[in-house]
Design a protein around this ligand. Structure first.
Ligand SMILES: NC(=O)c1ccc[n+]([C@@H]2O[C@H](COP(=O)([O-])OP(=O)(O)OC[C@H]3O[C@@H](n4cnc5c(N)ncnc54)[C@H](O)[C@@H]3O)[C@@H](O)[C@H]2O)c1
Ligand SMILES: [Zn+2]
Ligand SMILES: [Zn+2]
Length: 336
């Protein structure tokens, strides 16, 4: 079978190896779609911290169930799976927080992933598609990241949510905040993405820091209250540091985006607001199930932002185009 390995930064190679054989408790899947995400782009670009090469990337996956003994699955079923393999023993796992397992192995990040015609995985992570198609199933994982962030923030109808960063993760956050009934303000420096959020996702307001002072504009929009939920999906340290000033009194700040450095904020300002700061990592089965329900009931249509596609064997040629900002890629999918 064919697979694509990221041999070194900026180097994908198409190779062949024997079909994998599922061991006891594993299932064999035929990969049908691979979503490309920021993590893959950083791994390819050599900017993903602590990343080991060579590595087979790919963790946003839709597949056909080929063989195994997983209860409730038949050959030919459309499936996806939770790509966060957890140890089941650590303090986080014992408390049901499998998303932040001490010994987590993310498929396609810490261990070889899904840029391959076939993969085997432990059956416990498998999710039945129940009528969803392969495109939708490939988008479940990035949507689950966003659903987890909104659940962490406990967003409800009385909330004004500022989503900073309108990439695939931010786009998910906007949609789940809207479903929760909140007013949603989106901040990004990319005008194309801001327009998309207004037109396709019904975002209530947008702010472009290249045109407006964010604090002043946010105060105008909220009658001086500011946002009682601020969520970062930029992964930019300056954005995060500034955002402590965007939190309303009694508000919360959730870091979904990730950066390498330290954050700093004024403790008196943080204290007087009685602010809450939290991070949001990966997602749990509850988030995956919620996302799949939202897809089944049509509350979310992720096909609106699948902007680019390529067959598996053309992916290596297309990849440089997909990471070039001028091509306005939101979500690119590889098809098999
Ligand atoms: N919590 C998790 O487990 C998890 C999982 C996946 C991704 N992430 C992180 O979420 C973040 C977003 O991921 P993505 O795939 O949507 O990324 P992305 O790069 O596609 O989107 C980031 C967006 O932020 C905007 N942005 C960047 N700098 C900005 C600035 N100074 N001001 C305003 N906007 C700015 C960009 O224009 C872009 O639209 C990343 O940091 C990623 O590492 C976290
Ligand atoms: Zn991803
Ligand atoms: Zn664990």
């Amino acid at each position: 079978m064919k697979f694509i390995v990221c041999e070194n930064p900026h180097e994908f190679i198409l190779k062949e190896k024997p079909m994998p054989e599922p061991k006891e408790g594993e299932v064999l899947l035929k990969i049908k779609r691979i979503g490309i995400c920021g993590t893959d782009i950083h791994a390819y670009g050599g900017t993903q911290p602590y990343f080991e090469y060579p590595r087979i990337l790919g963790h946003e996956l839709a597949a056909e169930y080929i063989k195994g003994n997983a209860a409730g699955f038949e050959p030919g079923d459309k499936v996806t799976f939770i790509p966060y393999f957890n140890c089941g023993k650590c303090v986080a796992c014992r408390n049901g927080l499998t998303n932040c397992c001490v010994n987590i192995k993310v498929f396609g990040v810490h261990i070889d992933g899904g840029m391959a015609e076939y993969v085997t995985i432990p059956e416990q992570y498998l999710l039945h598609g129940h009528g969803l198609d392969y495109d939708e199933l490939a988008l479940v994982e990035p949507l689950a990241i966003a659903a987890h962030g909104i659940r962490r923030a406990n967003v409800g109808p009385n909330d004004t949510v500022l989503v900073m960063g309108a990439g695939p993760i931010g786009i998910g956050l906007i949609q789940f905040a809207k479903i929760a009934g909140a007013k949603v303000i989106v901040m990004d420096i990319n005008e194309y993405r801001l327009n998309f959020c207004k037109e396709a996702l019904n975002a209530d307001e947008t702010i472009n820091p290249l045109h407006d002072d964010v604090s002043i504009k946010l105060a105008e929009i909220t009658n001086g209250d500011m946002a009682n939920v601020v969520i970062d999906a930029t992964g930019n340290r300056n954005v995060m540091n500034n955002a402590f000033n965007y939190i309303s009194h009694g508000g919360r700040f959730v870091l979904v985006g990730l950066q390498k450095g330290e954050l700093s904020f004024s403790h008196p300002d943080f204290h007087k607001r009685e602010s809450t700061l939290m991070s949001s990592r990966n997602a749990t089965i509850e988030d995956f199930q919620y996302v799949m329900d939202c897809l089944k009931t049509g509350k979310i249509d992720p096909k609106k932002y699948i902007t680019h596609r390529a067959p598996f064997t053309d992916m290596i040629n297309e990849f440089e185009k997909w990471i070039d900002p001028k091509n306005n890629v939101i979500k690119a999918l590889i098809e098999l």
